[in-house]
Design a binder for this molecule. Structure first.
Ligand code: MG
Length: 199
């Protein structure tokens, strides 16, 4: 069996930071988000409470922009007939979050030309390490570290580089770092997937 490519959504496919900063009218940009707790960064501008409110709105989650390079990624995944699963952690304070997230994934894939059958399966989980795959691409160090440890042998963890995860040393957990959806990153993910197929 070819193990699927596991894709995190926020910070990997969807530009959570930019969307939130722009919605609340912050002067910060995604490059300024150098720590995981984005709310703490909004404190000096008095925007924390507003940000927490925004995140309760399913429509906000559905309107999230994609990260650069995502359409090229999806084009390649479709052309390769890749097995893909989105593995995404829930935002519990937003009632209707899961439907909004599934709609977002469907819309982004359909806009890239996918048929309904080609839209990836979505698994909502904090414990991503339960999900088997040839690779997990995620921006959260804890997810990559734990997944890489549990799936050692079958799977390679890839930390999706961001200003807030640069203090994570991925080499200590048999993971690697990728910098955006460049051609090189996409090729690497596909090569890993196809290597599984040829086993
Ligand atoms: Mg994420």
């Amino acid at each position: 069996m070819r193990l699927p490519i596991l894709l995190d959504v926020d910070g990997v496919l969807a530009d959570f930071s930019t969307h939130l900063l722009q919605t609340v009218g912050s002067r910060l940009t995604a490059a300024d988000v150098t720590q995981w707790d984005i709310f703490a960064l909004l404190d000096p501008e008095g925007l924390r409470a507003q940000a927490i409110e925004v995140l309760k709105d399913p429509a906000w989650w559905e309107q999230m922009p994609t990260m650069p390079g995502v359409s090229a990624l999806i084009d390649t995944l479709l052309a390769e007939g890749a097995e893909v699963v989105c593995v995404t952690s829930p935002w519990l304070s937003c009632v209707g979050w899961e439907s909004a997230r599934r709609e977002w994934i469907k819309r982004v894939w359909r806009e890239a030309g996918a048929t309904t059958d080609q839209v990836p399966e979505t698994i909502v989980a904090y414990a991503k390490y339960y999900v088997r795959g040839c690779v997990l691409i995620d921006d959260k160090p804890e997810h990559v570290a734990r997944w890489a440890r549990v799936n050692e042998g079958d799977g390679l963890g890839l930390i999706f580089d961001a200003p807030y995860n640069r203090d994570f040393d991925e080499t200590t957990v048999n993971a690697r770092r990728v910098h955006g959806w460049s051609e090189a990153t996409i090729a690497r993910v596909i090569a890993r997937h196809n290597r599984e197929a040829s086993r």
